[in-house]
Write a protein that binds this ligand. Structure first.
Ligand code: COA
Length: 258
């Protein structure tokens, strides 16, 4: 059975990590398939939004495959961490919005994957944490950087130093999850968000993502220039005219991504 499924849901693409019996732990083989799925959606101009989720209700992903890790020498560990890092970066670099739909456990590298998404929808009873220090390692796939940028350095230090596991509800209170829902409703909520995103102008949404992602890393004045450049690339689109025409005609716009 495939370790990673790519499912078409209208304009959204659902990437489902599918290794339920090991809590969707990120084995070498799984990372390879996940990487292929990410390559496929990156080149898919019709994909308006990507939802990352885990098969079953018990886990989004329990992170690195700790059984596989046990038999590795130091060099192999380096390579294994680099493989997780590369996949997490591939998620972060997708040009369209990404949503992590989290039920059950999202721990270590599993949470790092969710942190690389633009938005997180979590089950209230999800269990999430960057637990690495409890294994005498540190988050190695962006966790120290993305968590602190998302919730602030002090909160990230609390969570990473203690390695404590928090609920989806607490993650929502910290701003780590943007939406908190009952476990059964998590996927529906993510799909509804994806639909709202797909209703917008595709080029506009991608340019907005680019402007935000590049802008948060630089001084405000430079960020404003990035925004200006991003705006420039929507001015000449026929979708912009369609938006104005649809408004005048009191109908829903039909954007084509042009
Ligand atoms: N790597 C490999 N296998 C894992 C795993 C991981 N990261 N996480 C869970 N599994 C396996 C368990 O070993 C178990 O397999 P087994 O039945 O062959 O023993 C199976 O998945 C089910 O896990 P189990 O612990 O029995 O389920 P649970 O519901 O009691 O707990 C977790 C689920 C995810 C909370 C718990 O397994 C856990 O804490 N895992 C470690 C997560 C972690 O520390 N990740 C950070 C890595 S840096």
């Amino acid at each position: 059975m495939a370790l990673c499924n790519l499912i078409y849901e209208g304009d959204a693409r659902l990437i489902q990590i599918n290794r339920e019996e090991t809590m969707n732990a990120l084995s070498t083989a799984l990372l390879r398939e996940l990487s292929e799925a990410l390559d496929a959606v990156r080149g898919d101009s019709r994909a308006r939004c990507v939802i990352l989720t885990g098969a079953g209700v018990r886990a989004f992903s329990a992170g690195a495959d700790l059984k596989e890790r046990r038999s590795m020498n130091e060099d192999e560990v380096r390579q294994a961490v680099a493989r997780i890092r590369a996949v997490v970066e591939a998620v972060a670099d997708l040009p369209m919005p990404t949503i992590a739909a989290v039920r059950g456990a999202a721990l270590g590298g599993g949470l790092e994957l969710a942190l690389a998404c633009d938005l997180r929808v979590m089950a209230a009873d999800a269990t999430v944490g960057l637990t690495e220090t409890r294994l005498a390692i540190i988050p190695g796939a962006g966790g120290t950087q993305r968590l602190s940028r998302l919730v602030g350095a002090a909160r990230a230090k609390d969570l990473i130093f203690t390695g404590r596991r928090i609920s989806g509800r607490e993650a929502g209170e910290l701003g780590l999850a943007q939406y908190v829902a009952a476990a059964d409703d998590v996927l529906a909520k993510a799909l509804a968000l994806a639909q709202m995103i797909a209703d917008g102008g595709p080029i506009a949404v991608r340019q907005a993502k680019l402007a935000i992602d590049q802008g948060v890393e630089v001084a405000l004045k430079e960020g404003l220039l990035i925004e200006q450049t991003a705006y420039e690339s929507v001015i000449g689109t026929s979708d912009r005219m369609e938006g104005l025409t649809a408004f005048a005609e009191k109908r829903k716009p039909e954007y084509k991504g042009r």
